[in-house]
Design a protein around this ligand. Structure first.
Ligand code: AHN
Ligand code: ZN
Length: 324
C-alpha cells in the first residue's frame, strides 16, 4: 500500500517541479533537455583581469596604453587556448580624427558550425565628459567598468572553457572604438562594431545569437531588458534571464524593461543580422541610468564590485554550458 502510494505520487511531483520553471521541456526527454548547473565562474580571477587592463592606463584610441593592452589581450586569449584573429582598420571619428581600430577575435571550437558570439568593447573614452566637475571633462576615463569589465568576464570565460570544453563554437570579440562618440550623432559610437559587422573576420560568418557585455562590474548594478535587445532578439533575452534565475541571480536580472541604448549590438543586429542582446545596467530613478561613475574620473578599479562580475559571469556560464 505504501509503495503504491509513492509510485502514484511520483509523476505528480515531477509535474509540479517541471511546471516551476522550464527545467525540462514538454518532451520530457531528461537526457536532452535537463538544465545543468555550470561550473563556477571565478570573480576574483575576473577582477584581476580588470586590474591588468587598467594597469596600462586608459586604453584610449591611438595611445600606447591601447597598443600594449591589445597585445596583452591577444597573448592572454592565446594562453587560454583560443585561436586569435585581429582586424586592423583606420576608421574616421565624428571630429575627423583617424582612429587605429583593432578588433580582437578569440575563437573556440573553430570547426563547429554552431556558434555563439560574445562581445564587449575594450577601448576607453578619452573624455570624462559626464563628470560632475567641469575641469575633469577632458581627462580620459580609466574605464574599469566601461570597457575592462566586459573583457574581463570574457577572459575568465575563456579560462573556464580551456578547463572544460563546451558543445558549441564561441567567438569572443573585443570590439574597439566604441566610446569615441558624441551625444547628437548615433553613428559616432561603436565604430569597431560597425566595421566588424560590415567586414566579419570570417567571410559569411554566422552565429546563432550574440551577447554584448557593457559595464558589467559596477557597484549596485542591475540588468534590465534593453529595448533594442527585446526588439531584435527577444528569445535571447529570455534565454539569458532564465539562465540568471537558474544560477540564482534573478535579483540582479529583474524581468523588467530598461532603456533603448545605442551600443555595439546595433550594427551586429542591423548589418550582420545576428540577433544580439546588450547586457547593460539600468539604475532606476537616478540621474544616469548607466550608474554614478559613467564617463567620470571615478570609473576606476576601486569602484568595481566582484559580486556584479560574478552575477554576470555565472549567468554567462549557465548560458554557454547549456548550449547543445
Ligand atoms: C549612448 O550614450 C547613447 N550610448 C552609450 C553607449 C556606451 C557608452 N556604452 C558605454 N559607453
Ligand atoms: Zn562609455
Amino acid at each position: 500500500m505504501k509503495i503504491n502510494k509513492i509510485v502514484f505520487l511520483l509523476p505528480l511531483v515531477t509535474l509540479f517541479f517541471s511546471a516551476c520553471h522550464s527545467q525540462t521541456s514538454k518532451s520530457g526527454n531528461a537526457e536532452a533537455d535537463t538544465v545543468v548547473l555550470a561550473p563556477s565562474f571565478n570573480e576574483d580571477s575576473a577582477f584581476v583581469f580588470v586590474q591588468k587592463q587598467c594597469e596600462f592606463g586608459p586604453r584610449t584610441m591611438n595611445s600606447k596604453a591601447h597598443d600594449k593592452c591589445g597585445d596583452y589581450l591577444v597573448a592572454t586569449f592565446k594562453k587560454y587556448g583560443a585561436t586569435v584573429t585581429e582586424q586592423f582598420a583606420d576608421v574616421k571619428a565624428f571630429d575627423g580624427t583617424v582612429l587605429k581600430n583593432r578588433n580582437i577575435i578569440a575563437s573556440y571550437n573553430v570547426d563547429n558550425g554552431a556558434r555563439i558570439l560574445i562581445c564587449s568593447h575594450w577601448d576607453s573614452r578619452p573624455w570624462a565628459d559626464a563628470d560632475p566637475v567641469e575641469k575633469n571633462h577632458k581627462t580620459p576615463v580609466m574605464g574599469a567598468n566601461d570597457g575592462a569589465s566586459g573583457v574581463a568576464v570574457m577572459l575568465e570565460l575563456a579560462r573556464q572553457i580551456q578547463q572544460k570544453n563546451i558543445n558549441v563554437g564561441i567567438d569572443f570579440i573585443c570590439l574597439d572604438a566604441e566610446d569615441y562618440g558624441t551625444d547628437n550623432d548615433e553613428e559616432s559610437w561603436a565604430l569597431g562594431a560597425q566595421y566588424w559587422a560590415a567586414n566579419p573576420h570570417v567571410a559569411g560568418y554566422k552565429a546563432r545569437y550574440g551577447i554584448l557585455l557593457d559595464m558589467v562590474g559596477g557597484q549596485g548594478a542591475r540588468f534590465m531588458q534593453e529595448g533594442f535587445s527585446l526588439e531584435y532578439a527577444r528569445s535571447v533575452v529570455n534565454k539569458v534571464w532564465n539562465a540568471a534565475e537558474e544560477a540564482g541571480y534573478s535579483s540582479v536580472f529583474p524581468r523588467k524593461q530598461g532603456g533603448y541604448i545605442t551600443d555595439d549590438h546595433g550594427p551586429i543586429n542591423k548589418i550582420a543580422n545576428i540577433p544580439t542582446i546588450d547586457i547593460i545596467p539600468y539604475y532606476e530613478g537616478t540621474s544616469c541610468s548607466f550608474g554614478p561613475t559613467w564617463h567620470t574620473i571615478n570609473d576606476d578599479v576601486e569602484h568595481i564590485d566582484k559580486s556584479t562580475l560574478k552575477a554576470v559571469g555565472q549567468t554567462m556560464m549557465q548560458v554557454i554550458y547549456n548550449e547543445k
